[in-house]
Design a protein around this ligand. Structure first.
Ligand code: HAM
Length: 453
């Protein structure tokens, strides 16, 4: 009872003898605001992804941000780290378990089945650019909300498709000028049966060596022995080097498939490394898997990853649908672009700042500003009641190339001052058709678009 009486109102902090101050809210841990500077990078990444996607016949899909939990737990595997520890799951009012999407593939496959896309000409090629959510421990490059560009080809199994996906990921990174900062790692996991046999062999091998494994790997031996292969622990690595090799468990068919994928990658001139320890953290994969690593960090903070997942459709209640895909993390790409000092075109530049004084000046400024915008130029104005000095300061801060100054005297004389913000020079112009006159001075192409283009 006492406790209840002592509770303070949430969201209000009080200091001694002062009135309660509303709490200042901040983003949740692992979440971040994507500020305008980030958006310039994000726009470029989206453009590169869309462009490469369109060139190869991909169409965009957006699945809901939330799915019934089973969509993810069945797809990614109950023993995967994502399902065991990283899902944002909540219960609906009716008691249904729902999860914020931790990745795109499962939802896209659910949509493929739900909309009967197997009746469309195959393969169905879809891409998405979406936020994803994982309740991971936040650190550099690892967020609880992050964004993925994701590409999936559903309804076909052919090594040339796998090779094209890896090629496409590489090309996007080339477009973004960071391909030379990454290494592509590839491996084959074989079929589900090959993997099951191999997992049994790993269990047998580690049976009497369990106590020599790291704590994490001891747990993995129970949940997902494959993950022991990519343990970073040195002692684990020594044991792994003596353990049975996955490649010895691949069927002839899977071996041949893998050889052909590599042959096509060479043909497409995509540099890659074979990595026998690459197993990926999600359970739905079979045959080809790949990851895109930062050259300097290796497996830590991979930029992207993907592979083939021929068994997923059946796990989600659909008919057999072979598929392959990959996703890349936007935040990690942006970090690389920044580290590589890649500058991105900022489309938000200001061409004209229109400053004004007095009622007449304000009316004229309003008209000139909106006319310039209609003509495709970026125009902003000091529309408040600030002094001319303050407005010119704003013009300077805005980065505007030109300031159009409508002082009371000028307006009365049907004139305006045009100030070159770079050179500090100015001249007087007539207000008649001033828009055309200033556009000629600017000598920059308009930023126009036509719907339907
Ligand atoms: P993933 O390897 O789990 O694969 O994630 C792909 C990429 O998403 C990672 O390489 C990384 O860049 C980014 N990412 C993952 N978690 C985080 C995080 N916490 N913070 C920042 N970035 C992160 C998948 O998600 C599969 N669905 C890929 C795929 C598509 N496989 C087949 N189709």
């Amino acid at each position: 009872m006492t406790e209840l009486n002592n509770t303070t109102t949430p969201n209000v902090s009080e200091t001694e003898n002062s009135t309660p101050q509303p709490k200042k809210f901040q983003t949740l841990r692992g979440f971040q605001d994507l500020l305008p500077e980030f958006q310039d990078y994000y726009t470029m990444i989206k453009k590169a992804a869309r462009h490469r996607g369109r060139q190869s016949g991909f169409k965009r899909i957006t699945t809901p941000i939330m799915e019934e939990t089973g969509v993810f737990s069945r797809s990614l595997g109950e023993s995967s780290d994502v399902v065991r520890k990283e899902m944002f799951t909540m219960t609906s009012r009716s008691g249904k378990l729902m999860t914020l999407k931790p990745e795109a593939t499962a939802g896209i496959m659910r949509a493929y089945i739900e909309h009967g896309m197997h009746t469309l000409p195959q393969p169905v090629q879809l891409y998405s650019i979406e936020p994803q959510f994982r309740y991971d421990r936040p650190q550099k490059g690892r967020f609880r909300q992050f964004h993925q560009v994701d590409f999936e080809v559903l309804g076909i199994k052919d090594p040339s498709v796998d090779a094209q996906m890896i090629h496409m990921a590489y090309k996007i990174l080339e477009d973004l000028h960071i391909a030379d900062r990454v290494d592509i790692q590839i491996n084959s996991l074989g079929s589900a049966e090959n993997r099951a046999e191999y997992i049994e062999a790993l269990r047998d091998f580690f049976f009497d060596k369990k106590q020599h494994l790291s704590e994490d790997s001891q747990a993995r031996l129970e949940t997902n022995p494959l993950r022991i292969l990519d343990s970073k622990d040195e002692d684990d690595q020594i044991l792994v080097s003596m353990a049975p090799k996955l490649k010895d468990f691949l069927s002839e068919e899977s071996k041949q498939y893998y050889e052909t994928v590599k042959e096509y990658l060479r043909e497409l001139e995509v540099p890659f490394y074979e990595n026998e320890g690459l197993v990926r953290g999600l359970d739905y994969y079979c045959d080809t898997v790949f990851e895109i690593w930062d050259k300097s960090q290796g497996a830590q903070n991979a930029i992207g990853g993907g592979g083939r997942y021929d068994g997923l459709a059946e796990l989600l209640g659909g008919q057999h649908t072979p598929a392959v895909g990959f996703a890349m993390g936007v935040e990690r790409i942006v970090q690389h672009m920044k580290d590589a000092k890649i500058t991105v075109p900022a489309k938000d530049k200001v061409h004209f700042f229109v400053a004004q004084l007095g009622e007449e000046g304000k009316k004229k400024a309003l008209k000139i500003t909106t006319n310039l915008r209609d003509l495709g130029y970026h125009a902003i104005g000091g529309m408040g009641k600030s002094s001319m000095k303050a407005q010119l300061k704003m013009a300077d801060k805005s980065g505007a190339r030109w300031a159009i100054i409508l002082g009371e005297v000028e307006v009365r004389e049907n004139k305006a001052i045009l100030r070159d913000m770079h050179l500090g020079k100015q001249e007087i112009l007539s207000l008649d058709n001033i828009e055309q006159a200033v556009i000629e001075k600017l000598n920059d192409s308009p930023d126009t678009y036509a719907l339907g283009e």
